[in-house]
Design a protein around this ligand. Structure first.
Ligand SMILES: Nc1ncnc2c1ncn2[C@@H]1O[C@H](COP(=O)(O)OP(=O)(O)OP(=O)(O)O)[C@@H](O)[C@H]1O
Ligand SMILES: [Mg+2]
Length: 229
């Protein structure tokens, strides 16, 4: 089996900070796994995702993402990943429609002003339908509700057909009743596309019985780890 993420004794800190944000992390995630990362505020959850995507460098230890050594291969790794950040909410005057925001997901793969190919159009249509957002796609992005914006950002990540999908608090703007549905959608995405998914969430309940592993962080350490398989 191949690994999506391998961390061996990894520690990291933010630039100009004296505090270690993650300390001595050992974690391996198999390709195709669906993993929940949880823990209190300041535990290091976002830091863990930023390390994986190469926004931060390991200070010590060894990190491989999709089999590639980091941070040396961060540009290659980023092309194969989808990352939905924790705080992406945009002001109402954001000058893009929802569809334009979704299509930005393909920008790294295209030359400026290149149109969409036929299969890309099909892909976009399928993803919009899957997420139930095909009816709001012409609206200005900033006027959508938080939950709708979250679905748009997920669509933007999915049209990149990522091997690894990193989601930071994807439930934060989604009402309690819809969280389970959203969690099941992620589960279906993993099953259909074999995408490895790492979800950071305070709210573990909607995901607990769907994921392959639950990693609990606190004060920059892994304090608990449960795997079903
Ligand atoms: N840009 C930054 N510069 C310096 N320190 C930072 C920065 N971002 C986070 N930290 C520190 O790193 C540690 C981990 O923060 P992180 O954002 O990973 O926590 P988190 O688990 O995602 O918390 P939350 O649940 O609030 O999102 C904290 O001590 C925080 O103060
Ligand atoms: Mg965070």
């Amino acid at each position: 089996m191949e690994y999506a993420v391998e961390m061996y004794n990894v520690s990291t800190a933010y630039p100009k900070s004296n505090d270690v944000a993650l300390s001595n992390i050992n974690l391996t995630v198999l390709q195709g796994d669906f993993v929940l990362i949880t823990g209190p505020n300041g535990a290091g959850k976002t830091t863990l995702l930023e390390l994986i995507i190469g926004f931060l460098k390991p200070l010590r230890g060894a990190l491989y993402v999709l089999g590639l050594k980091m941070p040396e291969n961060r540009m290659r790794v980023r092309r194969m990943c989808g990352y939905v950040m924790q705080n992406f909410m945009k002001p109402p005057e954001t000058p893009y429609t929802a569809l334009e925001v979704v299509l930005m997901g393909l920008a790294p793969f295209k030359k400026p002003f290149d149109g969409l190919s036929e299969w890309e159009k099909d892909l976009v249509e399928n993803v919009l339908q899957l997420l139930g957002i095909d009816n709001i796609i012409d609206k200005p992005f900033g006027t959508l509700s938080g939950g709708q914006q979250q679905r748009i950002m997920l669509a933007r990540a999915l049209i990149r057909r990522p091997k690894l999908l990193l989601l930071d608090e994807p439930f934060s703007s989604i009402d309690r009743e819809s969280r389970r549905e959203f969690a099941e959608l992620l589960y279906d995405i993993r099953n259909s596309y074999k995408t490895t998914i790492l979800v950071v969430s305070h709210d573990t309940e909607p995901l607990e019985d769907l994921v392959d592993g639950i990693i609990k962080l606190k004060d920059g350490h892994i304090v608990d780890e449960k795997w079903t398989s």
